[in-house]
Write a protein that binds this ligand. Structure first.
Ligand code: CDP
Ligand code: CDP
Length: 229
């Protein structure tokens, strides 16, 4: 039986995970957050006190790491050498280190292999930076989600404030711009729109509007999903 794959790429704060989770719920697909895998690798590197610039040690560390995903009531859990690190990987520090380790070939090879394996056996909506270009080049639908850096910073700011975390808007925007640059300018699998991806700028759209648009693009591509079985 054919598996359906939807690829979502885009910069930090564009809304990839929020949107992908909702679409996964509606279509009963598995949502695969690939950033979580790079974050887990980042966390390992932090725990070993390896510098972000020490590419040789990070590449070597790949041999000491097993990352796996499992699902509890549909929610992705990330295991790092058997430990559930789902909560720990969400810090800004882990995000920055994820972006540093994601430049390294050995790290990417390991992650991409696991991501392709998951997508080959299930209907998935997968988000990241290289999903449409490298991981799922034959995805049934590819979306490149973006929004202006000020809007993305504002979204992160609101999220942190809701959690009661004190933060500064300018610092958040600067972190976002730094991470965009690092992800778009790296040599291996940089963040870019796949030629056949649909570009969606969400700056002035609500979450529900974006979800509706993607669902209708998916239906237009493959016909009525239920009757595809
Ligand atoms: O995964 P990614 O870093 O791309 O973004 P996210 O973690 O889903 O965060 C996006 C935040 O912006 C969430 O708080 C959403 O509720 C909000 N948002 C959005 O995702 N899409 C919109 N069109 C408007 C707001
Ligand atoms: O949620 P947010 O957009 O902040 O980031 P994320 O999706 O958790 O990804 C963290 C970092 O991992 C990104 O800044 C990228 O450097 C890297 N990443 C990647 O290189 N390729 C992917 N498929 C997913 C994430």
């Amino acid at each position: 039986m054919k598996n359906y794959n939807i690829a979502i790429d885009g910069p930090a704060g564009a809304g990839k995970s929020t949107i992908a989770k909702k679409i996964a719920e509606q279509l009963k697909f598995i949502y695969v957050d690939t950033g979580a895998m790079y974050r887990a690798m980042g966390l390992f590197v932090i725990s070993k006190e390896i510098a972000a610039t020490d590419e040789r040690s990070i590449a070597a560390a790949c041999n000491e790491v097993t990352i796996s995903l499992n699902y509890q009531e549909g929610v992705q859990q990330v295991l790092l050498n058997g430990d559930n690190v789902t909560g720990l990987i969400r810090s800004e520090e882990a995000g920055m280190m994820a972006s540093a380790v994601a430049k390294i070939n050995e790290v990417r090879k390991k992650m991409v292999q696991l991501q392709k394996k998951i997508a080959s056996s299930s209907n998935v909506i997968m988000d990241g930076r290289d999903i449409g270009t490298v991981v799922l080049p034959k995805a049934d639908l590819k979306i490149y989600l973006t929004a202006g850096s000020k809007e993305r910073a504002l979204r992160r700011f609101k999220e942190l404030q809701e959690k009661g975390i004190d933060c500064n808007m300018n610092d958040i925007e600067q972190d976002i711009i730094n991470r965009d640059n690092q992800d778009m300018q790296r040599e291996i699998s940089p963040l870019k729109k796949a030629e056949d991806a649909v570009l969606l700028d969400t700056s002035n759209l609500t979450v529900d509007e974006v979800v509706k648009e993607i669902l209708s693009l998916f239906k237009a591509k493959i016909g009525d999903f239920d009757s595809a079985y």
